[in-house]
Structures are given as structure tokens and as C-alpha cells.
Design a protein around this ligand. Structure first.
Ligand SMILES: O=C(O)CCC(=O)C(=O)O
Length: 455
């Protein structure tokens, strides 16, 4: 399987050499990719990365020494590069590369807690969105190949995607007092609240899933009042899953408004990316580009989920199911249930995939400026297994971790009963709404949710 050139502009050769020698000094293999994952799938997996260090005093002191040395080194580097290259553009470009290297090294140094374990790294295919907009058929082949062989790929070069702002707003939200977040909690977590499907859920202790989240949908205006099913106190399922969003009231109105506007925009950016990828995938499957469009539309049930995983280093209730030898798990092995997932992991490591049932866990390197896509089990079934819903999990590296997936989900009435070839794949829950609520109830966060009565 060949490799193509990196998707981001090549690093200036002196810097590349410098980075290699700095990494070598820390005992990190020279081929490791801290900021520029190479494109194309690569199945010989030569790269061992992610070094988990024991939490010893010596390690912490060494970490501080590294940081100090690296910062001094960065200043010296910038000065020497300025003298060597001159010219404003080069200075700017090279400085930002240098800062990126130092930042990546610093974040690696911060992962200084936990056991010493190494996993191989899986290089995913990289789909360049701007190129795909110009040349759909070529990108469609690449999407099809990646999703049929691995089930995961990166989408990069998306001008509308703003990862740094997304991370800033996500962190702002999770740093709010628990009381403010609980005010927006879904009803199973705060009985007096009216929101059931959208809103906040706190960390649930004692399981393999260890994260707090805010879930945002596409229904922005309206009230949280629901119709009751005739003769019953229970609401209609349709109203529950088409519920309006709830937003923070932090006491800082400007920040609240900025958050709401930004996340509303991100929901649109993510769902547009999902739609574009679905078009490429349809072409790759030999279908019309808009083949799947009628399943979605303005009433789609897609969920943008902001996630914060606190470290489990100090988790007093770490259960057996959250341990894999010395590894601490924050999301257990699963494949996504629905259609397509679009995921930002920023600069956070921790996502791993398993390409076969008995295979090894492989690290998916983060790609801050891009989004990861992966296939859900329902999509895989709908296309007669031509696309792969790959199992994955998230492990704890001793730091707080943030990520933002969007689960691209159909409208309530979308027919999910048959596959492309006409095979019956869902005989009991033929519409997406009831199918989705049934599946979702299997996850700990939804186990006690009453989704109401299907109409
Ligand atoms: O946080 C991540 O990187 C992955 C999240 C995930 O697997 C999920 O929410 O299904």
C-alpha cells in the first residue's frame, strides 16, 4: 500500500532534522508523527508511539527540566531562524512551525502519568475537503476505500471548521460550576428538568464510560413542553427526540450568547461536512450523489456532543471493566450504532481502534486541524456490509481530555428496514426514531431515559 505526500505543507528541512534529533534525544522513534500524520493507509504499522511514563518524582522533575530547556531552545531557534532566513513571511511560517513542535513536545511531556505501554499507530487516509469539492470522483474513491477497509479516515482542509475556538468554548463550558451544568441536566439526572434528550449529563461513576457531556441538536427554537400520548402521562417519542436545545445561564450573558451562537454554527458546519462525506460515499458505492439525502433533511436528529473525560488516575471507583491490564479506559470498546460519526479530538491522544475482533489496539493520532470520520453499524448494514463499522475505545493518558463528535442521524420517519440490496435489516423498528431510541438505551448515559411512546 503506497504513501502519498503529507497533506499539510512540508516542514522546512532544517526544522525537520531538528525535530528528529530532539525526539531522538527523548528516546522517541524518529518516524513518529506528532503534528503531521502522513496520508494513505499503511498496514505495516511500523511506528511505536505514545509513551506512558510512571508518575514518579524523578519523572516530574525531569518533565519540568524538559519544559524549561525546550522553551529556551524555542527562543534560540526563532532567533537563529530569523537571522538565517529573514523576510516576514518565512519568519512567520517558520516561527509557527517551531511553536507547534515545542507545543507538541510539551503535550507529550505532560503525559507523564501511568504505566509504560506502547501501541502501534494506524495512519488513516486523509481526505482533503477543498480538493474533494473540486474533484468529487477522485475523493469518492478514496472515501470508499478508507471506509470499506478501515472504517475511519481524516477529513482535512475544511475552511469552516475552527478547532481552536471549538476547544476554547468546550473548555469554557465544562469549567462552569457543576450547579450551572446540572441546571441543564437531562431529566434522568435532575428530576425537575423538562429536557429529556438534549442537555448535560454528568460523569457516571463506576463504569467503563467516564465522561461528562453536553448534547446539542438541530432544533433551536420552541418550548420544552411536550404533548402527552392520549390516556397516558408519557410524551410522544417524536417530541422527545425533536426537543429544543438547552443553553447555559452562567451569569455572563455575553459568554452565554457567544457559546450558543458558536455551537449553533458548529452544528451546521459538522452536519454539512457529514452531508458532503455522505455524497462522496454514495458516489464511491456507485449510487447517485444524493441517494441518502431524503433520509436526513431539516428534521434530522443529529447530535453534537461536547465531551470532557476527567483523568481516572484518582478515580476511587475504578471498576474491573475499566481496566485493561495497566490501561485505564474512559470509553469501552464499541462501534458507533448509527450512520456516520464526525469527530474532533483536537491534540488529544487516547482514541484507539481494533481492525478485527482479535486484533491489537492501534492508536489513532490526533489531527487538530481536521476531523475524523467513522462508519456506524446501521450504515454498514444498510450498504450490505460494504463499509466497515470498526470497534474503538478511549483510554486515559493521565490528563483531562476533550473531544467533540457529531453523530449524523436521520429524521424520525426515515425507513431503515432494508439494505441497498433489499435485504430486511430491521423488522421490529422500521423507522429511524424508534430504532435509535431502542439502540441508545443500551448505553449507560441513556439507560434510565424514558423516550416516550412511538406514534
Ligand atoms: O472521544 C473520542 O475520541 C471518541 C468518542 C467515542 O468513541 C464516542 O463517543 O462514541
Amino acid at each position: 500500500m503506497g504513501r502519498a505526500s503529507p497533506s499539510s505543507p512540508p516542514m522546512a528541512p532544517p526544522l525537520l532534522e531538528l525535530r528528529t534529533s530532539v525526539l531522538a534525544a527523548f528516546g522517541i522513534p524518529p518516524k513518529c508523527q506528532l503534528c503531521d500524520p502522513k496520508i494513505e493507509m499503511d498496514f505495516d504499522l511500523p511506528i511505536e508511539l505514545w509513551i506512558y511514563r510512571k508518575s514518579t518524582l524523578a519523572n516530574k522533575m525531569a518533565g519540568m527540566a524538559y519544559r524549561t530547556a525546550l522553551l529556551g531552545f524555542a527562543v534560540a531557534l526563532l532567533a537563529s531562524v530569523a537571522v538565517r532566513y529573514g523576510g516576514e513571511y518565512e519568519l512567520f511560517a517558520i516561527s509557527s512551525k517551531a511553536i507547534k513542535i515545542v507545543r507538541d513536545l510539551l503535550s507529550l511531556m505532560e503525559e507523564n502519568e501511568g504505566p509504560t505501554v506502547q501501541f502501534a499507530q494506524l495512519n488513516l487516509a486523509t481526505i482533503d475537503m477543498m480538493n474533494a469539492r473540486r474533484n468529487k470522483s477522485q475523493a469518492a474513491l478514496k472515501v470508499y476505500k478508507a471506509l470499506s477497509e478501515v472504517g475511519f479516515a481524516y477529513i482535512v482542509n475544511i475552511p469552516e471548521f475552527e478547532p481552536d475556538l471549538l476547544l476554547k468554548h468546550t473548555k469554557w463550558y465544562f469549567e462552569l460550576p457543576l450547579e450551572v451544568k446540572m441546571h441543564m441536566a437531562k431529566r434522568p439526572f435532575r428530576q425537575e428538568n423538562k429536557n429529556i434528550f438534549r442537555g448535560y449529563y454528568p460523569v457516571i461513576p463506576g463504569g467503563h464510560s467516564f465522561k461528562e457531556a453536553l448534547e446539542i441538536g438541530g432544533f433551536c427554537e420552541g418550548s420544552l413542553e411536550k404533548r402527552n400520548f392520549p390516556g397516558s402521562e408519557r410524551p410522544f417519542m417524536r417530541d422527545v427526540v425533536q426537543e429544543v436545545n438547552v443553553w447555559p445561564a452562567s451569569g455572563n450573558e455575553t459568554a452565554d450568547t457567544e457559546f450558543k451562537e458558536f455551537m449553533t454554527k458548529m452544528y451546521k458546519v459538522y452536519t454539512n461536512v457529514a452531508k458532503e462525506v455522505t455524497h462522496l460515499m454514495a458516489i464511491g458505492l456507485g449510487l447517485d450523489e444524493d441517494y441518502f439525502d431524503s433520509l436526513f433533511g431539516s428534521k434530522q436528529l443529529s447530535t453534537l456532543r461536547l465531551l470532557h473525560y476527567p483523568t481516572r488516575l484518582t478515580d476511587p471507583d475504578l471498576p474491573e471493566e475499566a481496566k485493561d491490564g495497566d490501561i485505564r479506559i474512559t470509553t469501552g470498546e464499541h462501534c458507533d450504532t448509527s450512520f456516520l460519526t464526525i469527530l474532533a479530538t483536537f491534540r488529544n491522544r487516547g482514541l484507539q481502534v481494533k481492525l478485527s475482533k482479535d486484533g491489537q489496539w492501534l492508536n489513532i493520532p490526533p489531527y487538530n486541524d481536521g476531523l475524523i470520520i467513522n462508519v456506524g453499524a446501521l450504515l454498514s448494514q444498510m450498504v450490505d456490509g460494504k463499509l466497515k463499522a470498526t470497534n474503538h475505545r478511549v483510554i486515559d493518558l493521565g490528563n483531562d481530555r476533550f473531544s467533540v463528535p457529531l453523530f449524523y442521524e436521520m429524521r424520525f420517519d426515515a425507513d431503515v428496514s432494508r439494505s441497498l440490496s433489499g435485504k430486511v435489516i430491521n423488522s421490529i423498528y422500521q423507522k429511524y426514531g424508534p430504532w435509535m431510541t431502542n439502540r441508545t438505551s443500551m448505553f449507560a448515559e441513556y439507560a434510565t431515559t424514558d423516550f416516550g411512546i412511538a406514534d
